[in-house]
Design a protein around this ligand. Structure first.
Ligand code: 13P
Length: 345
């Protein structure tokens, strides 16, 4: 374990009873409790260590393309060609795409090998057999699909937005996440607030609640196979991306949630990616944020823009450089309240 990690872990361990189960706003205050409050140096160096550890998430950026319900035979063939002719990807980036279940076998057989396949959804049922119309994780896994998305907002809001069936609820999202993990799959869990939530100041409450269902359903070890996609509903398909500052604030808070509700290993290793109107013109600024570990891309994954977005990721996963970028996050980490707003310093 690195020095920074061991210092950090020590702080977490010694303060565990204090920080466990408390509001994330007070986490750092909790960590600092037994330190000499008059020692500014001690305080700053601990912040630095925490940042270094927090920035060391995973070892690759993660860029997913969600093709949603798109693709004629011709357009899918052309799109696969676009990817295949898209040049070398940085080795620092893990790339997955999620075609429809109808297309996934075809895409899998034609796609370049450095792009993994991902289901857009799996059933909250499991297994095989008398489940007409369902597509279970077991089925995808048997066909060599190792990733799935769970809880995309277009499924969480089917009824509200399209008047169809029912909105997918967080317990169903958690259930299918667990089934997929049981089958050996990895899961991109989507969370995010609506515009009304944001305006009401409940952004983090909504995100934390969605994550809580996952936490209560899967084991601590299984978080190693989870990627969290923060996708503010108001930014999806609207052309209106969250600003890097808005996204970073939420991502930092999500990482603190992982810290307080799971542990420092999960908090530092889980990739938290951003989705919502990501395009070549905003990807570089977003990926420069210390807690943004990649993207889930909709519209732009249907064109060569996707390769440009992948290439916006730095060529190396440089945790030192990312921690430098993250220095300014220290105050943010301490000042964001559960309502997602910064308190006055
Ligand atoms: P857009 O990139 O089209 O906004 O879609 C984002 C998304 O929903 C990815 O899952």
């Amino acid at each position: 374990m690195s020095f920074s990690k061991s210092v950090y872990k020590y702080c977490i361990d010694t303060q565990f009873n204090l920080i466990y189960n408390i509001d994330s706003t007070t986490v750092l205050r909790g960590i600092f409790k037994n330190l000499n409050r008059n020692s500014q140096f001690q305080r700053l160096s601990l912040i630095h260590h925490i940042q270094r550890t927090m920035a060391a998430t995973g070892n690759k950026f993660f860029v997913g393309g969600n093709w949603k319900l798109n693709g004629t035979r011709e357009s899918i063939e052309a799109l696969v060609n676009t990817y295949n002719n898209g040049g070398k990807f940085p080795s620092s980036v893990e790339v997955v795409v999620a075609p429809t279940a109808l297309h996934i076998g075809y895409v899998q057989s034609k796609m370049r090998p450095d792009v993994a396949m991902c289901a857009q959804n799996v059933s909250s049922d499991s297994g095989f057999g008398a489940l007409t119309g369902e597509l279970t994780a077991d089925l995808f896994k048997a066909w060599g699909i190792n990733w799935t998305i769970a809880g995309h907002s277009e499924r969480r809001r089917r009824k509200q937005i399209r008047g169809l069936g029912h909105d997918e609820e967080s317990n169903s999202v958690a259930k299918k996440t667990k089934h997929a993990l049981n089958c050996g799959m990895k899961v991109i869990v989507c969370i995010g607030e609506t515009l009304a939530d944001r305006e009401a100041g409940t952004t983090l409450n909504v995100c934390f609640e969605q994550l809580t269902f996952i936490k209560e359903t899967i084991s601590v070890e299984e978080w190693a196979r989870i990627v969290i996609a923060y996708e503010p509903v108001w930014a999806i398909g609207t052309g209106l991306s969250a600003s890097p500052e808005q996204a970073q604030e939420v991502h930092a808070s999500l990482r603190r949630w992982l810290l307080t509700n799971l542990n420092s290993e999960v908090a530092s290793a889980t990739r938290i990616i951003y989705g919502g109107s990501v395009k070549p013109t905003n990807a570089s600024a977003l990926i420069a944020c210390p807690d943004i570990d990649g993207f889930l891309v909709g519209g732009c994954s249907l064109k060569s823009d996707f390769m440009e977005i992948i290439n916006c990721c730095p060529p190396e996963w440089d945790s030192t450089a990312r921690s430098e970028l993250g220095k300014r996050a220290a105050n943010d980490i301490q000042s964001i309240g559960a309502d997602g707003k910064k308190s006055k310093q």
